[in-house]
Design a protein. Structure first.
Lengths: 238, 623
């Protein structure tokens, strides 16, 4: 038996000589020259001590433990279609997370904790078939979703067009002061778009905190961008 | 806004839904709608029909949700009618199945509901109806959503975006409050008011008391529920699973018993833990979808990710070694890692609850004692083999990537294990594939059909067979078991008349032909003959050769030829009697059809408006 095995062994070396053994996990290879370990593959003690990394599901979307700016880490959509900054205290709802091939992805993020003066829910939905033609329909759907008429402001840049509408619920409507914005970002390079509903729930010191909070939210919105022209995880040019 | 006037009865709505599944070309669809309306009401459809389908919709051109639907506009200025019906199709293709299972049971992904709204908006624009997209509840005319399984889409679309003024469904997949929490921002905020933890932890909803959430949901949607109408068969497997956590029933619901054989699966499902019901349903659907793809090998590959063709190469030492290092195996790895753990989890949910599941199915007389025992055993074995496959697969993968070539010895035995486990799994699936189990599955699925439901709704006066309307005679014929196929009777009457008219036309053509062709030809030939005779009589010498043929001695000259001709003025063939016979057959045909019509009419009271149906059918379809 042993001899036979050795023969097989030799034969294999001759046949397969020079062939590379398959890589264990091709997705861990990055395009950069240096191979960087993804947070999902790191040991717990090497991860920042924030909610986003403590939650295993959320961690899987984060690209690095390096902050993109204070309090945010790089998030990349599993569709490979867009990226954004992810709040350190955010957690993705695993049960409501949904992806369908590369055509749709719904990410809902809850930010904060019991002690927070302001908590946030951020819902980001990507559709690969959104186009200008569906714009009105989708803006209308977001108005229905929020439950009020909105004034969308249009901002066009080279790669994308943003339709943005801040909103504020009346004081008596809910227990907390609820405000935020609805945004639709259409890709100008190809079909596809992102719908975002950003909701802030303010419990205390709202007069003081609100303005800053809204500014921060709109600043965050700038981080959402399409990954047009890069390669997807299969290595195919998109 | 006035109420709709056209498709107001349940029978009409259900037949319309059934019709949509046939994917008829536009012209035929309209004709069938007219026919159904006439059959059911005894009146002419009082409006023009316009059709718009989702495949024509430019907004849905790139849509990948799998939504499929038809919009119908009924309009008539004279009758003051203007109403739109949106028929969303239920599960048809594989895309739909997977969508439905996801949205219904997991309570997420409502992209088909969004597509429903997009399509309705598009259709209303196409039909030239003015409306404000943000105030769909203010649309001037009734927009009615009709559907069976697509209830979940239409209702979600309605609750979220006010897409319809009324929603009507048969055996619909119910709506799910987990899905609505994700989809409807207003409902989400209402829940957050009650449970602030949801603001920053969305998954927390699954640990909140379901009864509380359901109560809030019912209260929150109470106004809209008034415009939702549902007929539900207690034999529908979808009804059986709507006891699963997350589902709630909205609207005016009428339950129906559509079969006498069983009491339905709801009671069975209610006794089985929710996650096992979900697992069972998911497995049944994944299996059905995989089966559509083809052979047992395809099923195994679809469910487990394991490619039989690759595993079969682990046959013999040399083959195994080659396979071990080959790229085929590497390519299989991601698929197996993706599918196998979920499958095992689902199978374990079933085996973990096997006693309850199969005892309950036996108690409800869906399966026999022997089948119960076999199913428990088969599922236990399937679990065992799947775990074995997972184990050998994992160790091969681990050794290949870490130890490389040195581990091949132990791995070849793993490969052998994998090979034989797959073989046994194939046999076990084969056992589930037996005809007796397929029959049970078919029977369960039939509980979802509109066919069973529409029969139950007729309440003894109407019944349906393959889309035909049957009516029970008013003056009985002595028993309630006599049914008259009204659709077939109308078809025979209108189509029979068309045939007889065609025959009359043919006879007229024949008479004309006889007149034109035969008589004219006779005249023509007679004239030719007489001309020839004249010529012979006037130029006798020119015909001396001809006379010579009949003379015994040499003819020296011909002075005169007299032709004695007898030409009958009439044709030998007299066609009049044949024509009379043909005409009589037509008259007999008419007599027969009318007698048949009369016989059918006599079976019903005047209120049944059978005579009107015949009259109108003749006007509409008699050409």
């Amino acid at each position: 038996m042993r001899l036979k095995l050795v023969l097989v062994f030799i034969a294999i070396i001759i046949v397969l000589g020079g062939c590379q053994m398959p890589n264990k996990n091709p997705s861990t290879q990055t395009e950069g020259e240096q191979e960087e370990l993804k947070p999902a593959d790191m040991d717990d003690e090497d991860l920042p001590d924030v909610r986003a990394f403590k939650d295993e599901f959320t961690r899987g979307f984060l690209q690095s433990t390096e902050e993109t700016r204070p309090g945010y880490y790089p998030f990349s959509s599993a569709t490979g279609a867009y990226k954004m900054d992810f709040p350190a205290e955010g957690k993705i709802g695993e049960k409501s997370y949904n992806i369908k091939n590369k055509s749709y992805e719904g990410v809902s993020i809850g930010v904060g904790n019991e002690q927070s003066d302001i908590t946030h829910t951020i819902k980001v939905k990507y559709y690969n078939h959104l186009s200008d033609e569906l714009k009105e329909s989708r803006l209308g759907q977001m108005e229905s979703n929020i439950g009020m008429d909105l004034e969308f402001e249009e901002k066009t840049s080279e790669n994308q067009t943003l339709y943005l509408a801040p909103y504020q619920h009346a004081e008596e409507e809910y227990n907390k002061d609820i405000y935020g914005f609805a945004a639709l970002i259409l890709n100008e390079k190809k079909l596809g778009g992102i719908q975002i509903i950003y909701t802030s729930h303010c419990a205390n010191n709202c007069g003081e905190l609100k303005e800053m909070d809204m500014k921060q939210a709109q600043e965050w919105l700038k981080s959402v961008s399409f990954l047009e022209g890069l390669k997807d995880s299969d290595g195919n040019a998109r | 806004m006035q109420d709709e006037q056209i498709f107001i009865t349940k029978e009409l709505r259900m037949r319309l839904i059934q019709l949509e599944y046939k994917n008829l070309p536009e012209e035929q669809l309209i004709q069938e709608i007219e026919r159904i309306y006439l059959e059911e009401t005894g009146e002419l459809l009082p409006a023009e029909v316009n059709v718009y389908t989702s495949s024509e919709s430019s907004k849905l051109k790139e849509d990948s949700s799998g939504y499929d639907g038809t919009a119908l506009l009924f309009s008539s200025e004279d009758n003051n009618i203007d109403e739109v019906y949106i028929i969303s199709q239920g599960s048809q293709g594989i895309v739909d199945w997977s969508y439905n299972i996801e949205s219904m049971l997991a309570g997420k992904n409502y992209s088909q509901a969004e597509a429903t709204h997009d399509f309705t908006v598009d259709a209303l624009e196409e039909f030239g109806i003015t409306f404000n997209e943000n105030e769909m509840d203010q649309v001037e005319i009734p927009v009615v959503g009709l559907h069976s399984l697509a209830h979940n889409n239409n209702i979600t679309s309605y609750l979220l975006y006010d897409t319809f003024s009324k929603v009507y469904s048969v055996n619909g997949a119910q709506t799910n409050y987990y899905q609505l929490f994700d989809a409807d921002g207003k409902f989400e905020k209402r829940l957050k008011d009650e449970f602030p933890v949801l603001e920053y932890d969305l998954d927390a909803i699954y640990s909140l008391p379901p009864a509380d959430i359901e109560a809030i949901a019912k209260d929150f949607y109470a106004d809209k529920a008034k415009n939702i109408y549902q007929d539900i068969s207690i034999h529908d497997p979808l009804y059986a699973i709507s006891g699963v956590r997350g589902f709630f029933t909205l609207g005016n619901v009428t339950p129906h018993k559509t079969s006498d054989n069983h009491q339905g699966l709801r009671r069975v499902a209610d006794k089985i833990p929710d996650d096992a019901v979900v697992a069972l349903q998911k497995l049944a659907i994944d299996y059905t979808v995989a089966k559509e793809n083809g052979s047992m090998e395809d099923i195994i590959k679809d469910l487990t990710g394991v490619d039989m063709a690759v595993v079969e190469q682990f046959d013999g030492l040399w083959g195994s070694a080659k396979t071990y290092f080959g790229s085929d195996f590497t390519e299989m790895v991601p698929g197996v890692n993706e599918k196998l753990p979920g499958l095992i989890e689902n199978v374990q949910l079933i085996t973990g609850n096997a006693e309850v599941i199969f005892d309950e199915l036996m108690g409800a007389t869906y399966i026999t004692k022997n089948q119960r025992d076999e199913l428990v055993e088969v599922f236990t074995e399937i679990e065992k083999e799947l775990l074995l496959i997972q184990e050998s697969f994992a160790s091969i993968e681990f050794n290949r990537s870490t130890k490389g070539i040195s581990a091949i010895g132990s791995d070849l035995s793993n490969a052998g294990k994998l090979y034989s486990a797959i073989q046994r799994l194939t046999d076990l699936f084969g056992q589930l594939n037996k005809e007796e189990y397929q029959d049970i599955l078919d029977m369960i699925v039939a509980g979802h059909s509109i066919g069973e439901m529409i029969n139950a709704i007729g309440e003894g006066e109407k019944s349906y067979l393959n889309g035909d309307l049957l009516m029970a005679p008013s003056n009985g014929g002595g028993g309630k078991d006599i049914w008259v196929n009204i659709s077939a009777a109308l078809r025979m009457y209108t189509e029979g008349k068309v045939v007889l008219e065609e025959r009359t036309e043919e006879i007229t053509r024949l008479v004309t032909t006889i007149g034109e062709e035969v008589t004219q030809f006779f005249k023509h030939e007679k004239k030719r003959l007489l001309d020839k005779i004249n010529d012979i009589e006037q130029n006798p010498s020119a015909y001396s050769g001809m006379v010579q043929e009949y003379a015994t001695s040499t003819v020296k000259g011909v002075e005169r030829i007299t032709v004695y001709d007898v030409i009958t003025s009439k044709l030998n063939a007299d066609h009049d009697s044949e024509i009379r016979l043909l005409n009589m057959s037509v008259t007999d045909g008419y007599t027969f059809i009318e007698k048949y019509r009369k016989a059918i009419e006599d079976m019903f009271d005047e209120e049944a408006k059978i005579a009107e149906r015949f009259n109108l059918a003749e006007v509409v379809f008699g050409d």
